[in-house]
Ligand binder design. Structure first.
Ligand code: ADP
Ligand code: MG
Length: 685
């Protein structure tokens, strides 16, 4: 149960004045559904304005507040704008200009003969100064202050700056006082304000300490929750799994394991034999061979008489995993099943019976495999592919499926930097596949200006004629971004005109059946060219596809480009990756593309990515889920996460955890950042 002290923060935004059904959607789009969310809706930046009396003091492009007296209204002749001629105290003329419907507002706010404070940006218009659509107009008064520094909030369609500011102000006004959860020594050292003040200050102006404190709170909540998970895990009983090797011996692999694979399997085998449940992360670049490590681990469980489950983030991937594993398991006698949300009726019933009765030993699926209606006879190992797509909380739900806590192996193909590993996984044990299987060829990576589109299509055409397949990736910030979706559809249409029915399309807004059908056509080789958004980023494996074109490559982060490129170079043939770049390339954009050409080492690219990030020019920097944080920036993560981590450890190991003197405050924090799975786990464990 959420502590009462937080109740007022978790009230729905509808309770605020001026929030009706019309604002709901724009707010929801920004994730702002409760007072708490609004309070934490921090400004992107601030506009600084200078109050001036004489326009001669203003520079062109400067944001100012100035008192202007209105001389004349000039209605447009034809389709021109509405202009208001005004002057300052010194008689300098300034035009205040309005386009379209805004003219009515202007007319009302700036009546002829009156003096008003006008806030806006000074531009030059011919020989005259002008302010277009002033941001504020207010009655003449002695003090224009209060608007000198104004927050600029992230917006969505239907939410204006003024509205956002007003709502945030309401949310901030009623903030409760909360006890301090940060270690007193750290507060003393940093001089950070208390929580409530930090929130107020962060909306008021650029304030490093306030922003840092808020970021720290978030990082601390996360570190603490993860550490509670680990603690609880240690105290829990699992099933020690010792296989006799009989099934593993029946696996007929067409290759020898790499050293890294053998080492990782050894580490996992060691964990599985323990009575406390495993919590291990398998980190390995695309193509490093995680599948066989997962399969071997699951076979150990089956040898020991238990069941294993493999959880994939999407249906496409679940299906692909299922097919790969089924093929590898031929001749072993192991029963494997696929369960996704699409299975209905009799087929689904049969799988559920098999899981309950234990005749199905390995199940592969999407989150459907841990719905309430799915019961297992003896689930002892859960393998999660692409763990970062799921919250840790979800993983725990899954973990409760067995009577005893199952062992967990999380696999990620994203070689994230070390700091982020800690942020996302806490102190999980890590196995690294830092060695690619032998015989892989380097992917020939080139940067091509978008003007050379015709050449690219020509090369694509020769490629397809030679019997090979290709990917064409279009950027999409998130699946609801209509512009990007339209661009992808348009590209698909254009390529289809050229290449006919051999072109397939997948993107996140297609129905799963349609998406799967397209993928299957491509996997079977019927489709030669797959036009896709980043949904192909993880997992898809078509070795005959040896060319990848990435449009607007500069909009992607390095890590994401690397993930995408990993889709080619999977067979023995030579592979090529063409990075199409637009003609407005920023310096970091240029550096990123250069790095892509230079190296294929995922761990290195991940570190460089972190260095180059920032500025928000990238696809999905905020919403990509590559950090689990909403407040803390990448810089703050790097700077503050180690502190938060140490503090969490101190709290648990020295200060009595949630039952010690700081415990109540820490519990508030966990609920505040919705890391309460940490608390709940502690109770049930
Ligand atoms: P990941 O899931 O880590 O991206 P996969 O498990 O899909 O990688 O493996 C990529 C490809 O490499 C597959 O075709 C797989 O059969 C092959 N492979 C895996 N391990 C080895 C190995 N030790 N030697 C040669 N090929 C391997
Ligand atoms: Mg894989």
């Amino acid at each position: 149960m959420r502590p009462e002290a937080l109740n007022s923060l978790f009230v729905e935004v509808e309770a605020l004045e001026g929030v009706g059904p019309k604002l709901r959607k724009p707010l929801e789009k920004l994730g702002l559904t409760r007072i708490r969310d609004l309070a934490y809706h921090l400004p992107d930046r601030f506009v600084e304005r200078r109050a001036i009396t004489n326009l001669d003091e203003a520079g062109i492009g400067e944001n100012v507040i100035v008192a202007l007296t209105v001389r004349e209204h000039r209605s447009p002749s034809g389709r021109g704008p509405f202009r208001i001629i005004a002057e300052d105290v010194a008689g300098n003329i300034c035009t205040v200009t309005y386009f379209g419907r805004a003219s009515y507002t202007g007319k009302k706010q700036l009546p002829v003969g009156e003096t008003r404070w006008v806030a806006g940006r000074i531009d030059q218009y011919g020989q005259m100064l002008q302010i277009v659509h002033p941001e504020h107009v207010s009655e003449d008064s002695a003090a224009p202050v209060g608007q000198l520094c104004e927050a600029v909030y992230p917006l969505s369609e239907g939410l204006t700056q003024g509205r956002a500011a007003a709502l945030v102000a309401q949310a901030i006004k009623g903030l409760p006082d909360l006890p301090e959860w940060i270690e007193p020594g750290l507060i003393a050292k940093t001089g950070w304000p208390i929580w409530r003040e930090a929130l107020v200050e962060a909306h008021r102006g650029v304030n490093g300490p306030a922003r840092d404190r808020l970021a720290y709170d978030e990082l601390f909540a996360n570190a603490l929750a993860l550490m509670l998970v680990r603690e609880s895990n240690r105290s829990q009983r699992g099933t020690p799994l010792a296989g006799d090797g009989s099934l593993r011996a029946k696996l007929k692999l067409p290759f020898a394991l790499t050293g890294a694979q053998a080492r990782s399997i050894g580490e996992i085998e060691g964990d599985l034999a323990q009575p406390s449940p495993m919590l291990r992360l398998l980190q390995g670049d695309v193509g490093s061979g995680k599948t066989v490590v997962a399969l071997t681990s699951m076979l150990i469980a089956v040898e020991a008489g238990a069941q294993a489950a493999l959880l994939a983030p999407t249906e496409i991937l679940a299906r692909q995993h299922y097919e790969t594993l089924s093929r590898m398991l031929q001749g072993t006698g192991v029963e494997i099943a696929l369960l996704t949300g699409r299975d209905k009726g009799k087929a689904r019933e049969a799988i559920l019976m098999g899981l309950l009765g234990g005749t199905i030993q390995i199940v592969v699926g999407t989150h459907a495999i841990f719905q309430d209606s799915v019961a297992y006879k003896n689930l002892a190992l859960v393998v999660i592919d692409e763990q970062h797509r799921f919250g840790v909380g979800q993983r725990l739900m899954l973990a409760r499926k067995g009577r005893r806590t199952p062992h967990t192996l999380a696999m990620t193909a994203t070689p994230i930097p070390r700091t982020l590993t800690l942020a996302q996984y806490g102190e999980m044990e890590v196995s690294k596949l830092d060695e690619l299987p032998p015989g892989r060829q380097a992917i020939d990576t080139r940067v091509v200006a978008v003007e050379r589109m015709d050449d690219v299509v020509g090369a694509l055409s020769r490629h397809i004629e030679s019997g090979q397949q290709a990917y064409w990736v279009c950027p999409m910030v998130n699946e609801s971004e209509t512009d990007d979706l339209a661009a992808a559809e348009a590209r698909y249409a254009a390529l289809k005109e050229r290449f006919g029915d051999t072109v397939a399309l997948v993107h996140g807004q297609l129905r799963p059946e349609v998406k799967d059908a397209a993928m299957e056509r491509f996997a079977r080789g019927e489709a030669k060219l797959l036009v896709a958004t980043t949904v192909i980023e993880v997992g898809v494996d078509v070795p005959n596809s040896t060319l990848m074109v990435i449009e607007q490559a500069e909009r992607f982060g390095l890590a994401q480009l690397h993930q995408l490129r990993g889709r080619v170079g999977r067979g023995s043939g030579k592979s090529t990756c063409l990075l199409l770049r637009g003609n407005q390339l920023s310096e970091t954009g240029r550096q990123r593309l250069a790095l892509m050409r230079e190296t294929q080492d995922g761990f290195r690219l991940a570190e460089e990515d972190l260095q180059l990030r920032g500025g928000g020019e990238l696809l999905g920097t905020r919403q990509s889920g590559d950090t689990p944080f909403r407040i803390a920036s990448l810089e703050q993560i790097t700077k503050l996460l180690p502190l938060a981590h140490d503090d969490a450890r101190l709290l648990i190991e020295r200060d009595g955890g949630l039952s010690g003197p700081r415990g109540d405050a820490a519990r508030l924090l966990l609920y505040l950042f919705e890391r309460d799975w940490g608390v709940q786990l502690l109770r049930s464990g």
